[in-house]
Design a protein. Structure first.
Length: 259
């Protein structure tokens, strides 16, 4: 499926970062392999939130530099295959997204699906596994933390989402609890605890690489209208980065715990 002129399935930023943390961005890109012919969509549709998490890649790159940590960014649109959903899930390769029909995803045969899984999904997740393993091996007994950066559309299904950012988590609250406490110190921030949706329902990357291994992990979501330009991305990378710097000082985080 991927041709010689297509981008790679993932990019690693700051691979030699020394902090015991790996950042990931599941929906960093809106790229589509040339062979898939834009999935039958126009450039306007591919620029929308249905194709990627607008602004999330920019925030992730800034955090990688600020924290001196590596970051793994997915190279393809979530409409090609959603790397935060298990393969085979009905939302893994969406035929309909927020009212838009994705013609290039309709009636796919097994071979077409497996090409996306094998050429995009697994290489991205293998890169996360390798980066976590590298940090763990050289961590002097410290288990690395895992943080996913996402963004969410201000309006979904007619509902205006009031949150500036959300902290998503499942059973492990080691990072989520302190993050929520510190974000809520600022009275001007509207912070969601498992909003605009729940990390107990959606979170393949966090569950697979974090929860299953007992690593501290959390997903941070930022509203997309706040990340519409470089100024906004810089501002919110600073807001999130300041809180992460404070929370990640806790050395007790870097241990294996199963919940």
């Amino acid at each position: 499926m991927l041709g010689p002129k297509d981008p790679p399935p993932f990019t690693v930023v700051n691979p030699d970062g020394r902090f015991p943390l790996v950042l990931v961005c599941d929906h960093a890109s809106n790229a589509v392999p040339a062979a898939l012919k834009q999935l039958g969509l126009g450039q306007g549709e591919l620029a929308r939130h249905i194709a990627w998490d607008i602004g999330a890649a920019g925030v992730t790159r800034r955090l990688a530099a600020r924290l001196d940590a590596p970051a793994v960014l997915c190279g393809y649109s979530r409409l090609v295959i959603d790397c935060n959903r298990p393969p085979g899930d009905p939302t893994s390769i969406a035929e309909l997204s927020d009212g838009t029909f994705v013609l290039g995803n309709r009636a796919l045969g097994d071979a077409a699906v497996e090409a996306r899984v094998n050429e995009v999904f697994w290489p991205y997740h293998q890169a996360i596994t390798q980066m976590l393993a590298q940090h763990w091996r050289h961590g002097h007994g410290r288990a690395p933390a895992l943080i996913a950066i996402h963004s969410f559309t201000p309006t979904m299904n007619g509902f205006r989402r009031p949150w500036h950012l959300g902290v998503l988590w499942n059973r492990d609250s080691r990072l989520a609890g302190p993050l929520l406490d510190r974000f809520r110190v600022d009275p001007e921030l509207c912070v969601g605890d498992n909003e605009p949706y729940s990390g107990r329902e959606v979170g393949f990357t966090m569950d697979t690489h974090g929860g299953a291994a007992g690593l501290p992990h959390v997903e941070v979501e930022i509203r997309q209208d706040l990340l519409a330009d470089e100024v906004g991305r810089e501002r919110w990378a600073t807001v999130v980065g300041d809180v992460l710097v404070a929370v990640l000082r806790d050395e007790t985080l870097y241990a294996v715990k199963h919940y």
